[in-house]
Design a protein around this ligand. Structure first.
Ligand code: AP5
Length: 223
């Protein structure tokens, strides 16, 4: 199954994507994580992209699509994958359709996570991530067992560079202006499934499972 996780910053795409990985055993491809890893490794492309994302702006399409094209061609994507944070513009969506058609496949579903703006800001302001293994926490909703230490690897947690109040405002504006128009694109193609995602992660995942099971049944049980 090929799944797109769609929604504004802080909607829970990464959190729910990690649960789908556990459940379906297919890889999750997060363009945001790819950019953070490339910046941490100090590659020229990673440093160029950081100028955009650290300020909350979208990274130019030509940089993003090259990375995704290479990643989805990898052998572990043959049984399906989850795209988290891609596509984010109509150009990216059209390019993705072309890439998949070239591989003889197509998107199965776009999960659109809907969350109130006030809750988005609360989630992003309280998010803490592990710079070592990438695990995500929230100071109130999903705290680590030991204060400010990762449950998985024990590393000290940090706040993402783009979770500053100024970057959060820019990211929400970028979403509204450049990414939200994609909702109509996927609605027209019959791929959009909207999930009410204001409440706790377990309840939201219950809805995600229900939708994916319906999509799977529509495909005759194919995952
Ligand atoms: P990216 O890393 O994709 O960030 P984002 O889209 O802004 O999304 P987030 O990771 O902030 O939020 P999320 O929806 O995954 O929520 P999460 O699960 O973490 O991209 C970063 C940047 O890279 C972009 O701004 C852009 O510059 C660039 N970029 C990436 N892809 C690009 C592309 N295709 N084109 C151009 N540029 C691109 O949850 C958030 C918090 O809430 C966490 O603390 C979590 O614990 C908590 N939480 C989650 N669910 C719940 C819940 N149900 N109840 C309570 N708390 C919850």
């Amino acid at each position: 199954m090929i799944i797109v996780m769609f929604g504004p910053p802080g909607a829970g795409k990464g959190t729910q994507g990690a649960r789908i990985v556990q459940w379906l055993g297919i890889p999750k491809i997060s363009t945001g994580e790819m950019f953070r890893d490339l910046a941490a490794a100090g590659t020229p492309l990673g440093l160029e992209a950081r100028n955009y994302w650290s300020a909350g702006q979208l990274v130019p399409d030509e940089i993003v699509v090259g990375l995704v094209k290479e990643r989805i061609a990898a052998p572990d994507c043959r049984s399906g994958f989850i795209l988290d944070g891609f596509p984010r513009t109509v150009t990216q969506a059209e390019t993705l359709d072309g890439m998949l058609a070239g591989q003889g496949s197509a998107l199965d579903v776009v999960l659109n996570f809907e969350v109130d703006k006030q809750e988005l800001v609360r989630r992003l302001s309280g998010r803490r991530t592990c710079p070592n293994c990438g695990a995500t926490y929230h100071v109130d909703a999903l705290p680590p067992q030991r204060e400010n230490l990762c449950d998985h690897c024990g590393h000290t947690l940090a706040r993402r560079a783009d979770d500053s109040p100024e970057s959060i405002i820019t990211r929400l504006e970028e979403y509204r202006g450049k990414t939200a128009p994609l909702l109509a694109y996927y609605e027209q193609r019959g791929l959009l499934r909207t999930i009410e995602a204001n409440d706790d992660p377990d309840s939201v995942f219950g809805r995600v499972r229900q939708v994916l099971e319906e999509v799977g049944r529509g495909q005759g049980g194919r995952r």
